[in-house]
Every structure is written in structure tokens, then in C-alpha cells.
Design a protein around this ligand. Sequence first.
Ligand code: ADP
Ligand code: MG
Length: 358
Amino acid sequence: MANIVFRNVTKRYGGTLAVDDASFTVNDNEFFCFFGPPLSGKSTILRLVLGLETPDSGEILIGGRPVNAVSPAERNVAMVFQNLALFPHMSARDNVRFPLVERKVAEPQIEKRVADVAAKLHIGHILHKPPAQLSGGERQRVAIARALVRDPNAYLMDDPISALDARLREETRVELKRIQRELGKTLIYVTHDQEEAMSIADRIAILDNGRIRQIGAPAEIYDRPASTYVARLLGSPVMNILKSVRGEGAVEAAEGRIRIADTAAPVDAVEIGLRPEDIKVRPWPVDGKDDRGQGRPALVFEVEPLGGYTVVTLAAGQARLKALLRGQPDIRPDAMVAISCEPGRVHYFGQSGGALAR
Ligand code: ADP
Ligand code: MG
């Protein structure tokens, strides 16, 4: 396996900047995910790694070797997993063998690779069966084995499971993550699904119109988004971002209906970000008194019970914000509640949307 490095790589299609000065390192054995909205440049990055496209400027290295002038075949990078469906007329074994047979790999080597992958994926005992006799989970493991049976420098996957239904997608996600860890392969994975990116990757690169906006471990990006752009992409519901003004020892938003006592708030903050799970919601009035740091009044606009947790949409002045509460609290629409947030949980953003340190 190998690491993959981009140094200031730019790729244009006519007037479109598909990839804009991208620099990153995917480490050896890392599960690295590109996440961004449609047309943000994800697939173009994969095609640049594969060698199906050449950068207009910048350098690409695989395993330390500059590959700008190296053909796709010589790069030995595999795009896999575009199709989870197995060939129904072939046994599981023949399905797994297929990519190697197609490449005319010698028989002893095929047998060795298949045995190796089958052992790692725990499917040796079902290889003789046709797909119709396998359970859903077994079929997926066989499909993944088929995808992984070649042994390239790195694997690339372009939104591989987006076509599956929600349940199968969750199962496949878990399988993939576990398998990648067990096999120790360099894997570059593309998705436009934030939950998938967060749950599956060691590190995520967030794309916006061909530009990498932030790279980091999922928890790091979630806890410290570098900008409002990134902050708005992650989380369910996403972060509440509100225009803010600084008062005395406090920051206010929503016409003063939200007040955060925080002497450490950066002076140049123009917006605050509050994660829904960080907003405390309590019955009003609190202790029969007005605001003693325990929150200001807001109106419950709507309540969405989701079983394990509840999303409450609140109206504070002209602002709408969402709070995520555990369980099924007794909160009704049109009720008055007190909302507050620990100063340490508040995100501050400056004029250009960049995150500011407290
Ligand atoms: P994503 O995979 O994130 O949806 P792409 O990498 O496919 O994004 O596309 C990035 C940008 O480059 C888009 O604006 C897209 O229209 C453009 N683009 C991609 N491939 C081509 C191409 N072959 N010809 C012209 N424009 C392209
Ligand atoms: Mg794409």
C-alpha cells in the first residue's frame, strides 16, 4: 500500500475550476473521505489519482513517486465497488475470482489471493454457494471481497453505496469500515452524505467548488469547523448560525433573545454557531425569575419526536433555531421555554465566515 500526495493540484474544464489548488496527503492504510455537495470536484480528484485526468498544474505522488506522467495502468490504483450486484449465474468463488481472471492473473496466484481475501472476510465456508443461496449480509461480503481481491497501491470508491436503501447502506458502511481496518488498505472514498463521511472515515476533506475547505478527523471537524461553510455541512440538524452582537461581558443574538455570558468571546465575531445538542431547553419561568444566566424565553414552534431524541424548533425573536433533546421531553408547540448554551460550546465566526478562537 502507499500514501497519496497532491501538491497544489489544479484541474480546469474550459472555464470551470473543477479542482482548485488542492494539497493533501492520504496516509498509508488510511480511510480518507472526500465530502462535498454535487459538482464540488470529488470525482475529478479520483480521476486525477487514477490518471484518467492530468493536472493543469501541481504534482501528484503515489508512494513517494511523482506520477503526473505515469499511465493509469502503471499507477496500480483501483477504482472499486461501483457495483455491489453479484453475477447471479456464478458461484461466490467465481464472483470473487472474476477481476483476477479478467486480468489473466496466473491460476496459483488467483487461488492464493482468493483464499487470502476469503479468510479476512470470513467467507471461505460460503464460496461454493450461488448468490441466491446467500443472505443479504453474506452477499455484500462477497461483493466486497470481489472488489478487494486485487492488491493495488490504493483503492478508490466513488459514492459506492448511495444507490442502496437506507438499511443496507448502514450495514455496508459498518462492513466496509471494519474490513478496511482489518485489511489495512489505503482507501479514498467519496460521498455527498455527511453522516456516511462522519461515520466511516479516519479523516475527511471537505470540498467546496473545487477547493478543500478543511481536512481533519470527523470529531475534529465537527467540534472545530474552520468556517460557517463547514459548520453548516455537518450534523443533523445542522449547526444554528445566528448574527451576533457583543454586549457587556456577553454576546447576544436574535434581538437579544439569546444571551451568552462570555467575557472570552472574540471581539470581531459577527456570527455565533450553536449545535442543536448544546442548546439547553427548560420550562419557563426558570425558578420563577427572569434570566439569571439560566436562559431567556423562546417559543416552541414545532416538536419532532424521533424516538431516542426529539428535535425542537424554537422561535427567538425573528430567529428560528433547532435544539436536539434526549428522549421524549414533555414540550408542546406554542409553549414558552428558557434556552441557554454553555459559553464553552459556542462557535464564533468572523466577517468572512472563518472560525475565531475564544
Ligand atoms: P462531484 O464529483 O463532486 O459531483 P465533479 O468532479 O464531477 O464533481 O465535477 C466538478 C466540476 O467539474 C463540475 O463543475 C463539473 O461540471 C465539472 N466537470 C467534471 N467533469 C467534466 C468534464 N468531463 N467536462 C467538463 N466539465 C466537467
Ligand atoms: Mg461525482
